[in-house]
Design a protein. Structure first.
Length: 234
């Protein structure tokens, strides 16, 4: 067998060897976490930060697999999942991802094979989410070690996500923009395991009144600002 083909075969150490993965996620922090796990597993990775960017990627090539975040700045990720599920050349594996675990049903109804909650529970969970949907000839021929290794992205990507959210919140968002921002910060906070930030984002995403939403958004704005300042000092 050609040596190049052998290098592309999945192995016990690199069970996703040869696989191309498109990550569609507006969060740099989340994307970096997925990228680290994918590269460690042998996959080649591309990233799109919105629906439009994903469409540009898909116009020129078809990835083997996709992970699609649901809260994108220009639409709901389930729309892209449904489109790719019905495409004439469908990616082999399509997974939806969100910090909101209640969205799993939406992901499956749109045509995805599975759902990855944020944060993903270790390397093994990430690998298995893809491998279990592959045919035998695309899996390692020998057992691969189960690893619960957690990958921590560079804090710079976390800082960039916070700065982006802070800038958007400073523009006095309303309606759909507020809903998008609260979900964006919620996902980032869960990945960073920042409980106070997560709770503040939840209070904005589930308000009991317009006044409570505005108060929650103000609190979230100041909390994000504090995180930015704390890391600037460090």
């Amino acid at each position: 067998m050609n040596s190049d083909l052998l290098q592309m075969r999945p192995t016990a150490q690199r069970p996703l060897n040869g696989l191309t993965l498109l990550i569609v996620d507006d969060s740099r922090y989340a994307s970096e976490a997925f990228r680290l796990m994918a590269r460690h597993s042998g996959a080649r990775v591309r990233r799109a930060n919105c629906m439009a960017s994903a469409q540009d990627h898909l116009a020129s090539y078809r990835p083997h697999s996709m992970i699609v975040d649901l809260g994108l700045p220009d639409g709901d990720g389930t729309q892209l999942i449904a489109q790719m599920h019905q495409a004439s050349i469908r990616p082999r594996v399509i997974l939806g991802s969100s910090g909101d675990t209640d969205r799993e049903t939406d992901v499956l109804n749109a045509g995805a094979q599975g759902f990855l909650p944020k944060p993903v529970d270790g390397l093994a969970a990430f690998q298995q989410a893809i491998l279990k949907h592959l045919p035998a000839d695309e899996k390692p021929t020998s057992p691969y070690p189960v690893s619960n290794t957690q990958f921590s992205p560079d804090q710079l990507s976390f800082q960039e996500d916070l700065a982006e959210a802070h800038q958007r919140m400073a523009q006095d968002p309303t309606g759909a923009d507020t809903a998008y921002l609260s979900q964006f910060v919620l996902g980032v906070a869960r990945l960073a395991r920042d409980t106070p930030l997560e709770k503040a984002a939840q209070s904005v995403s589930c308000p009991r009144s317009t006044r409570q939403e505005q108060e929650g958004l103000t609190q979230l704005f100041h909390l994000v600002q504090e995180r930015i300042q704390e890391r600037a000092v460090i």
